[in-house]
Write a protein that binds this ligand. Sequence first.
Ligand SMILES: [Zn+2]
Length: 256
Amino acid sequence: MTEASAVQPSHRGDARICRGCWDQMHVPIPIRGPLALPFRAFGITRSKMNPNICTICERSFRYVKKQSHVAASATILFADIRGFTQLSERIERIRLSEIVSLFQDRCAQAIWAHDGIVNKTMGDGLMAIFNFPIVRTDHAQAAIRAALDIQRLCAEALGRLQLDDLKGQPLGVGVGIHSGDVEIGEFSSFRSDFTAIGGTVNLASRLESQAEAGEILISRDTADQAGDLASGAPTRLLTLKGIDQPVAARVIVNQG
Ligand SMILES: [Zn+2]
């Protein structure tokens, strides 16, 4: 895949041991190479959420942390294809699945390159978590860099599609990012995968819903930790569902 080379590789590359288990517990779980084979026999493999973490930190969360959920500081990223609902009424299903695959693949590349996990996918959208289980003290910056890569990679991939039905409308991606405290764990009794919940997650989702194609909307809390990445980014006042006061967001548009 030629596009993969366009992403900045993670500075630690393909990890031999699960970086999630190492960062959370200092336990080395082999996920690549010959030492990983016996683990694979017990169903412990690389996670689909991030190939540098394993299914122990993904699926067996309560055994790893000895509790059903933990409080953590994290950055949450939501992304989706703007205008997808209207588009889905006008074009063939096969083209829709092609668009969704391009979007999901490019987003995953970008998120993994910056140590995030693709926690949930929802067709034309997804949710990513930074700083869990792979620890990144600069998680706000990692999420913004991932968002910039998402915008660049998706613009390249989606821009190449010949979609006559769009009638000149650009097909683009909107991103929302917020940093703060979340509860991480398994909150369902019938599904074993973990996620993050709380006000931080809700605000990230609402910011994303207000992002135009090509835009990355970041909260003030994320901007405060963003360093140069948010410098010069204009402020936009947003009225968000369920929040009385207008919310000030910074708007980053990928120039590259
Ligand atoms: Zn693990």
